[in-house]
Structures are given as structure tokens and as C-alpha cells.
Design a protein around this ligand. Sequence first.
Ligand SMILES: Nc1ncnc2c1ncn2[C@@H]1O[C@H](COP(=O)(O)OP(=O)(O)O)[C@@H](O)[C@H]1O
Ligand SMILES: [Mg+2]
Length: 292
Amino acid sequence: MNVATTVSRAPASTAGAAAASAGAMAVAASAQHRCAALALSGVTVRISGLVALNDVHFEVQAGQIVSLIGPNGAGKTTAFNVISGYMRPSAGRIELFGENIVGRSPHEIAARGLVRSFQRTSVFNQSTVLDNILIALHMQGRCGLLPALLRLPSFRREERALREQAGQILDFLGLSRRAGELAANLSYGEQRLLGVGIALAAKPRLLLLDEPAAGLNPSETQAFKDMIRRIGDSGVTVLLVEHDMHMVMSISDYIVVLNQGQRIADGPPAHIQQHPEVIRAYLGSGLKRAQA
Ligand SMILES: Nc1ncnc2c1ncn2[C@@H]1O[C@H](COP(=O)(O)OP(=O)(O)O)[C@@H](O)[C@H]1O
Ligand SMILES: [Mg+2]
């Protein structure tokens, strides 16, 4: 039982409106205090003698867009691998919405709301754009196989609801007019958008994006940036690994910098841009480009 919540709720249920609102504020304050979507503490990953992550601590606050940056080999992908359960850390604790997830399988972690964006490989090229989203939604569906095979009313109701949701996701991505197109015929940028759409179909509370803008041209990058903002605005927490410093500096609420497996800085973009060690280790000329 959560004692703090119980105690602060007590006056709300027994006293008048003022006390109720004070109680609600106390609950909100205590919720705010512990509303990290993700918290890594002391996370170390050793891979065959090499320390890929060394005693890493950072938090991702719920509702924020947080970027994880650093030079190649810094440990960014390793961090994503341990967070999403594909690798087990050698030491440390990883809390997802307050629950330790170390030792949980990727499937169990996904079921708790953490979704990692899929890239081209997860797109079914010979299916339409709409079907790609529907397949992803079906994997979340409540209906069992039998109602689906017999096309029972419960299945047909769910099917209608899923089609509606798929339409909303395609609208959100700006891909509605491509709904009937085979995924194979999409441009590279559109395929990347579809990959994010498939991730959104899993209804993430925390979405991990690993270099979503890699290989995109400037206008596709802009479209992607706008979409990540809209995902953030819709209430989904986003953790992003990205090399495009324009994108990182303009959309991040908070930035964590890794170098050689260690966190060397964290803070809002303005702080990171001024941080001498970050400039030395990573930003250098990239920062000048980002500010240009
Ligand atoms: N599966 C692996 N086997 C061996 N070494 C690995 C493996 N994954 C990552 N590493 C090493 O861990 C370090 C961090 O890599 P990585 O997390 O991929 O960095 P980044 O994504 O920041 O470029 C690097 O030195 C890399 O060579
Ligand atoms: Mg990487």
C-alpha cells in the first residue's frame, strides 16, 4: 500500500471542498514528485570485458521529450537494449513508471507501455499501409481467434473500432492518402513514418526512437520532427537517440549526454549547448551547425 497517498487522501474524503482540493493537490504533488516515466540508477553493462555502460543514472519525466546523445560507441543503443529488455544490465536498476523491470522480457516490458520504434524490417512490404497498421492493432486486440474465425459480432465490433483507430493513426502520420498503397511503394521517409505508426498502434506510454531521422532528407526530417512533437503533445513520453543536433536542440525538453559509457551531462538544451565537456567530447562542430 502507498502510505503517502493514503494519508494525503484521507482529508479529501472526510472534510469539505477546501480540504478536498488541498488533498487533491497533495496527491498531485506527491504524484509529480515520483512521476518519472523511466529511471536508470547505477546501470552498468559489461560485454565481453568491455564496459558499454558504466554506472549510468538518468530519469525521463513523464510527458517530456528526452534525447540521449553522444558520439559513436557512447552506449546509446546499449542503453535502449537494456531499457527494452533485450539485454540484461550487469548491475543497476531500471524503473518503468515506478516498477523495476530488470529481468523482465521485452514482451513484458512492452506490455507495461514501453514501445521501441520499429524500422523498415517490421513493415510488411507486400501489405498495404492500412493493413500494416491494422495488423499492429490486431496484435493488441482483445478478441480471440475463435470469434475472428467465426466472424462473431464481437469480432466485427472490434474490427470496426480498429479500422477507426487505424484511420486516426494514418491521419496523425499524414499518410491517409497512402492508405491503400503497398508499403513497398512508399518513399524511404514514408516507410519510416509507417514504422512509427506501427509503434503507435501498440499504444505506448513511453516511446523509444533510435535515430529516426537517419537517412532522411531535410524535408522528411522536418516532417519527422513535427510528428515527434505531436506525439509528445498527445501525452506520450518520448526517449530519442538522434545525431541531428538541429532536431535534438529544437524538440527536447531534456538531454542526457553519454560518452564512453558514462553520463557526462544532463539538462535542458540551453545548458547542454554551453557545457564545456559536452562541446569537447561531442558537439564541437556539430553544435556550430545546430546553432547556425
Ligand atoms: N553486442 C555487442 N558486442 C560487443 N560489443 C558491443 C555490443 N554492443 C555494443 N558494444 C560495444 O559497446 C559500446 C557501446 O556501443 P553502442 O551502445 O552501440 O554505442 P552507440 O549506440 O552510442 O553508438 C561500444 O564500444 C560497442 O563496441
Ligand atoms: Mg547506436
